[in-house]
Design a protein. Structure first.
Length: 650
């Protein structure tokens, strides 16, 4: 274990992070698009959101042409395992040109948009995947459409810019562009006014940078960006100060473009147009460097706007569809390679489309949904397609976020995940989006949190301490119990215990009492502590095994209570095992042992180790870092080890 982990740590963790967190083991295969199940309702200008359970929520959009541009309130769920769509609960209000954001708690926040021209709602809604229902949440301070929504590192959602309809009378209306921004707090369900942009803008992009700031780029000033007024300006929002600052200007002004965060922290802006319906779409992508605040032109792309851009698990960016000239809808797709700084042609969509959505699925494929297009005359589309890059077919289940979280419950708490816990821990990881560095950090923190949790400390770690107090360490070993002992007894103490559910403390205490009473009746225990042993000898033997953690006063009280019958042997055993000094003294030793029990499902000295060298290595390193498992890279090393990953797949 030690040798393998050190080798992985030295020789390519940057590559492994992208490969493993992306969930893919690559092999050669021809890239291509294939149709999957069709929507129940055709739509464009909708949203698509990957849920923690791996399904995709599509909500709202335009589903028919009416004089007043009516949107739809319908929503559907795509199941990648079956390739089919199912109808779910409807929005409280029809809307298009809105935003949808997955929150850390697993809910989806939908904000703003257009309900029916010229109605721009200021309402926002939350979708609950566990119930398939929507409910209204806080009201925006200003109605808006064509804005951006960005999930910040602190869990809040930043909405920036956009526009709102202004009734000019006599049946005419225009769009007022906005500089205003707002913050949504999931804890309160309320919106608060934030610092204003320096420039009003619609049809812009917003990207969360690795440093936690938000980059807004491009857009336009005019209603529908038709009068040659695109913007080349960029701005940065700093959540720490709550203020916007001006950053470097794009080399080419643009609207209806895409922005994609690259693995090196730079941002790729691709396509777009000049803003005039008679102008050609743009072919000159650019990259933003946060370190310098400047933009540089990169390899040329086929002209297009109103397309999609998706960061793939292999590190490339897939651009698909859109307009490739003012009067032609594109089916072409291209791949951007950040390492080479250039584009290559890949397989084309089966159906040309624009104003569609594209979502990276856990299996590495890209789901493209709806839009406007098809053969002439174009129409609103029901069709959906899957792109397989040719290197995304062999996934390891442990790289799927929900599978990973469920496995932590099984390995450390010996139970299936409860819905609230599953949504919380999955949401922590999903909040990273495609930021691979963030994903790795959250997986490490989430997994380590299961050992630190009250539930494990009061069940699995208690079992460790009971064995330590009763028997000391095993012969010629630095640990007090085997994996077999732990695997059979831990579920008994934790049976039906779900922390924070009603009555969990009562259930836990009952389990502890029952187990301790049975434990002291086992032949191994009665052989080590025959009934004829005096109370003083009994307490002293337990205290010696525990490393003499009891003070003289504590020792004397236990001897007195056992002698008088005020306490039973089981109660005295628990009292020593639950002594705070013992809890602190054995904490790191137990933490390391549980890496082997939980992740590898074996003893530290079982094959392929054959000794306790690996255990001692990680204990020394954890002690060196004062118990900081992140700094010691302990949890990370076990999670990326071949031995752990091969439990679940290739």
């Amino acid at each position: 274990m030690k040798t393998k982990t050190l080798k992985l740590s030295i020789h390519g963790l940057m590559f492994l992070t992208l490969l493993l967190c992306g969930g893919l083991w690559t092999y050669a295969q021809t890239p291509g698009w294939s149709y999957t199940g069709s929507l129940n309702t055709p739509r464009y200008k909708h949203t698509a959101t990957l849920l923690p359970n791996g399904q995709v929520l599509v909500a709202g959009g335009i589903n028919n042409f009416t004089p007043n541009g009516s949107g739809t309130n319908t929503a559907e769920l795509y199941d990648p395992s079956t390739g089919t769509w199912s109808i779910t609960g409807s929005l409280n209000m029809s809307r298009y040109d809105h935003t949808a954001t997955l929150l850390p708690n697993g809910l989806v926040l939908v904000a703003g948009g257009v309900s029916r021209d010229p109605n721009t709602p200021n309402t926002t809604e939350l979708f609950d995947p566990t119930t398939g229902t929507w409910r209204l949440t806080g009201t925006l301070h200003e109605p808006r459409l064509l804005h951006t929504a960005t999930l910040l590192r602190n869990g809040k959602v930043l909405i920036a810019g956009g526009g709102k309809y202004i009734d000019q009378g006599s049946g005419s209306f225009s769009i007022s562009r906005l500089t205003t921004t707002e913050l949504y707090d999931p804890a309160t369900g309320l919106w608060s006014v934030a610092d204003e942009l320096h420039t009003q803008r619609i049809f812009h992009t917003a990207t969360l940078l690795p440093n936690g700031k938000v980059l807004v780029a491009g857009g336009c000033l005019e209603d529908w960006c038709l009068d040659d007024d695109p913007l080349d300006s960029g701005e940065l929002y700093d959540p720490n100060t709550g203020a916007w600052s001006v950053t470097g200007r794009l080399n080419t002004p643009r609207v209806r473009h895409t922005a994609t965060l690259l693995p090196d922290g730079r941002v790729l802006v691709a396509g777009g147009d000049f803003g005039n319906s008679a102008s050609y779409e743009l072919y000159n992508p650019e990259r933003y460097n946060p370190a310098t605040g400047s933009w540089s032109v990169t390899g040329p792309l086929t002209r297009r706007d109103s397309h999609t851009a998706t960061f793939l698990a292999d590190g490339k960016v897939l651009v698909a569809g859109g307009y490739d000239d003012p009067y032609h809808i594109a089916s072409a797709a291209e791949l951007y390679d950040p390492a080479a700084g250039g584009w290559s042609i890949t397989s084309s969509l089966n159906t040309p489309r624009y104003n569609h959505t594209a979502t990276l699925l856990p299996n590495g494929k890209v789901l493209v949904v709806g839009g406007y297009g098809g053969t002439y005359p174009p129409t609103i589309l029901r069709s959906a397609e899957l792109y397989d890059s040719g290197s995304s077919s062999a996934s390891n289940p442990i790289d799927d976020t929900q599978f990973f979280v469920r496995q932590q419950y099984r390995d450390f708490l010996n139970r299936e995940a409860d819905p609230d816990g599953l949504n919380f821990w999955s949401g922590e990881i999903f909040a990273c989006g495609l930021d691979q560095q963030c994903i790795e950090a959250k997986r490490i923190n989430d997994s380590g949190a299961f050992f630190l949790s009250i539930e494990f400390q009061e069940t699995g770690y208690l079992l460790y301490r009971l064995n330590k107090v009763a028997y000391g360490n095993l012969p010629s070993a630095p640990v007090p119990l085997t994996y077999s002992d732990f695997g059979s007894d831990a579920p008994r103490i934790g049976q039906d215990v779900v922390v924070n559910q009603a009555g969990w403390r009562t259930v836990l205490e009952s389990n502890k009492q029952t187990f301790a009473n049975e434990f002291v009746q086992r032949p191994r225990f009665t052989s080590a502590y025959p009934p004829s042993m005096s109370a003083a000898d009994f307490v002293d033997a337990l205290n010696a095994n525990a490393g003499s953690v009891l003070s003289q006063t504590e020792r004397d009280h236990l001897v007195s209570d056992l002698s008088s019958g005020a306490m039973t042997r089981a109660q005295v055993l628990r009292a020593v095992a639950e002594d705070p000094d013992l809890v602190a003294a054995e904490f790191n030793r137990a933490f390391v042992l549980m890496q082997y029990f939980g992740y590898l499902r074996r003893n530290p000295n079982d094959a392929p180790d054959g000794n306790f060298n690996g255990y001692n290595f990680w204990l020394d390193k954890l002690n060196q870092f004062n118990g900081d498992f992140v700094g010691a890279e302990m949890v990370r090393a076990f999670l990326i080890s071949d031995e752990y990953r091969h439990r679940f797949g290739p």
